[in-house]
Ligand binder design. Structure first.
Ligand code: FAD
Length: 487
């Protein structure tokens, strides 16, 4: 957004320190450092102060002080975001406070009959899972970073994960929201209502806003009854088209009980086996693609293992898949899931690569992948696609490893953005999206400006200008720096 230049304001920082209890702020470099580099290790920012509020009232006081002095605020949860949105700019144009919500991690209410949980923004996803399970319920959103990602971060990126196929993204799972707007106003929509037709749905504005419209302090989330029957299987196949035939077969056989349908490429599996100790190949032989399937049912009597086996057998018969296995124990199921969930970590250990988070219509996945491979091979010889993700949602992490035997960092610096633009051009040709779940952050701000719907971007800028005229909330994220506030 266009900002009026803000003078350095040590007084403003002092006002923020004064607004919070002793010990809730620090300007010591060793306290700030763990919050300033993102998970990818590729963006390191600068903040003058770390604030760790412990309650919604403290967040209100903090934001009011920041608004009065035009101090920039960068909200942060688990810092597992993959779009560069969770860390400040390297050289912010104004005093900047990193606001960590990790101290606000209480469960405020859990209603097993109404199937809702109300939790504070800093609650870790895995802890929310555990709290729900203890009362026979489940929060049906999971992802590889569940041990660190927080509810506030998941809300703010409209996170997806491995169960979107059945339960949707955060947009569909948030019933109510509490947030502090950029002028310090408390938005009190924290009610687990199933229905509410009173004008604009303000919580939806905050979901996916990546911290640019306010600080989320708590959320009421939709739960489901805890699954009692579960089956996890793994199938190897020769093509994406055949993988989608398997998905269609499963849908016919078990309907909405398909919880996950995840994609792992043969080279990605090899990478995980090489990089992650204790992992084992799930099948004999080599397969171009692997599908991880999970079925679940709240009815303990549902024989999902038999249903999954029958589907795999029919798919083998029809030559849709080359081999398959069904987990016989919770430990075997966890081992299969590990192969999928550790793939981003294996990729990170392997070295820098170009990360993407695109989606097209499910039926278009094979044609999109073929078009993208052809374009990249023609224009960036030797570059190695590493394509995995949530196939059942049409969401592919269509990542690109630099050619073998090159200086990977140098290659990414000279070719990375051009390769990303080429990939996104093909996404646009298939009427897809350049970010299905990770968000825009700083990483995709230029591409969002280039390819996003101009009508949507104009409306977004108008909303941003109305709620945050001074541009204090997470500056430089979502929108290209320097672009006019309203155009
Ligand atoms: P952070 O990284 O701290 O922040 C993310 C964004 O939200 C930033 O813009 C930040 O400013 C904003 N924010 C954070 N908290 C607040 C708040 N309280 N109020 C306002 N704004 C806030 N994502 C998926 O969707 N699906 C996946 O399958 C998936 N898999 C992943 C696997 C791995 C190994 C990793 C490392 C990440 C993965 N992610 C995935 C991305 C990431 O986990 C999600 O984006 C998650 O939602 C981020 O939560 P966080 O608490 O770490 O947020």
């Amino acid at each position: 957004m266009a900002h009026r230049p803000a003078p350095r304001a040590p007084l403003g920082l002092a006002a923020i320190v004064a607004a919070l209890p002793p010990g809730a702020t620090s300007d010591r470099p060793e306290d700030l450092a763990p919050h300033l580099t993102d998970w990818r290790g590729e963006t390191t920012g600068h903040a003058d102060l770390l604030a760790r509020p412990g309650s919604t009232a403290e967040v209100v006081a903090l934001v009011r002080a920041a608004a009065a002095h035009r101090i920039a605020l960068v909200p942060q949860g688990g810092n597992t975001g993959l779009a560069g949105g969770s860390v400040p700019a390297p050289r912010p144009d104004r005093p900047t406070v990193l606001v960590s919500l990790l101290r606000m991690n209480r469960v405020r209410a859990l209603d097993p009959a109404g199937l809702s949980i109300t939790v504070e923004a800093g609650a870790i996803l895995a802890d929310v899972h555990a709290a729900c399970e203890a009362l026979g319920t489940a929060f049906p959103l999971s992802l590889g970073a569940k041990g660190s990602a927080t509810i506030g971060g998941l809300v703010s990126t409209n996170a997806g994960g491995t169960q979107v196929l059945r339960h949707g993204t955060m947009r569909g799972l948030v019933l109510g929201l509490e947030a502090v707007l950029p002028d310090g106003t408390l938005l009190d929509q924290l009610r687990p209502l199933r229905k509410d037709s009173t004008g604009y749905d303000m919580k939806q504005l905050l979901i996916g806003a990546e911290g640019t419209l306010g600080i989320v302090t708590a959320a009421s989330l939709r739960l489901v009854p805890a699954p009692k029957a579960r089956a996890v299987g793994w199938a190897g196949t020769g093509s994406l088209a055949a993988a989608l035939q398997l998905l269609a077969r499963l849908r016919r056989a078990v309907g909405e009980r398909i919880e996950s349908f995840e994609l792992v490429p043969g080279d990605g599996l090899a990478l995980t086996l090489a990089e992650i100790p204790g992992t084992m190949a799930p099948l004999q032989g080599a397969h171009a693609w692997h599908c991880l399937v999970e079925l679940a049912d709240a009815d303990a009597g549902a024989d999902l293992e038999a249903a999954l086996l029958a589907c795999f057998e029919a798919a083998l018969e029809a030559e849709e898949i080359g081999d398959a296995t069904v987990a016989r124990s919770a430990a075997q199921a966890a081992a299969l899931w590990r192969l999928r969930e550790e793939l981003p970590e294996a990729e990170r250990r392997d070295g820098p690569s170009l990360k993407n988070d695109v989606a097209v219509a499910v039926a278009d996945v094979p044609a999109f992948d073929a078009a993208a491979r052809a374009a990249i091979a023609a224009e960036f010889p030797g570059a190695r696609p590493l394509v995995f993700g949530h196939l059942g949602d049409g969401n592919l992490h269509w990542n690109l490893r630099p050619p073998a035997d090159t200086d990977r960092k140098a290659w990414l610096q000279s070719h990375g953005e051009a390769a990303r633009r080429r990939l996104h051009d093909i996404v646009a040709r298939f009427a897809g999206t350049i970010s299905a779940e990770h968000g825009i952050g700083t990483l995709k701000a230029a591409e969002f400006a280039r390819l996003g719907d101009p009508g949507k971007i104009r409306a977004m800028r108008a909303i941003k200008a109305a709620l945050d005229p001074e541009g204090i909330m997470n500056p430089g994220k979502l929108f290209l720096e320097g672009a006019p506030a309203e155009s």
